[in-house]
Design a protein around this ligand. Structure first.
Ligand SMILES: Nc1nc2c(c(=O)[nH]1)N[C@H]1C(S)=C(S)[C@@H](COP(=O)(O)O)O[C@H]1N2
Ligand SMILES: [Mo]
Length: 202
């Protein structure tokens, strides 16, 4: 059976090669990738997270209020469109369902638009935000997120290229219509499924 160099490395490291999406290679590091600058360290006493749009109750939580919500953690593989994949990344934080209890999405809400610092946005169908393994993460690999990985809060969306997982998250907008985000408007594929290699275009 033909195996690519990338697949051979996965096997050498003791992993199932079926975990590597097409056209990806495994890295053991955690690369840093984003457009623009890492935002300056936030003042957590004024930091807020908004949930708005197609919800019954728009909410704006302080850092303290966010951290009072029930927490969960999970382990998942992440896949960047620039072709690196990282296996078994552990994230800890708050699941969307905890925010949904407070904000109460309207039945018309079909898409979630993540709003991050400096106007960055990313869009997914609401079902991907509601995935049991999605998280609004405060921690990665057991440590608070570092500034370059999204401190104090980032999104983690499984089943999509990692650009959908907005770092420096400040809000979630629910919408009845889709709103292509920063990388999507730049030419990346709206659906971003790494298993179907939805890298560019629609
Ligand atoms: N706010 C913001 N979040 C972002 C991006 C960005 O440009 N801005 N880039 C995305 C991309 S392309 C990737 S691959 C991941 C990288 O996350 P990491 O730097 O923690 O590996 O962040 C995503 N989240
Ligand atoms: Mo990426």
């Amino acid at each position: 059976m033909f195996r690519s160099k990338a697949e051979k490395k996965v096997i050498e490291l003791g992993y199932d090669p079926a975990r590597l999406p097409p056209g990806q290679y495994l890295t053991e590091k955690w690369p840093v990738l984003h457009a623009g600058e890492v935002p300056s360290y936030p003042d957590l006493s004024t930091w807020t997270l908004r949930v708005f749009g197609e919800v019954e109750n728009e909410i704006e939580l302080s850092w303290e209020q966010l951290n009072e919500l029930p927490r969960s953690s999970n382990v998942q593989d992440i896949h960047c469109v620039t072709r690196w994949s990282r296996f078994d990344t552990q994230f800890e934080g708050v699941h969307w369902s905890e925010l949904a209890k407070l904000a109460q999405p309207k039945p018309t809400a079909r898409f979630a638009i993540a709003h991050a610092e400096a106007g960055f946005t990313s869009n997914v169908p609401l079902s991907f935000l509601a995935d049991p393994n999605a998280l609004l993460a405060t921690h990665g690999n057991g440590e608070p997120l570092t500034p370059e990985h999204g401190y104090p809060l980032r999104l983690v969306i499984p089943g999509k290229y990692f650009w959908k997982s907005a770092k420096w998250l400040r809000g979630i907008e629910l919408s009845s219509t889709d709103k292509p985000g920063f990388w999507e408007r730049y030419g990346y594929h709206n659906d971003a499924d790494p298993w179907r290699e939805e890298r560019y275009g629609f």
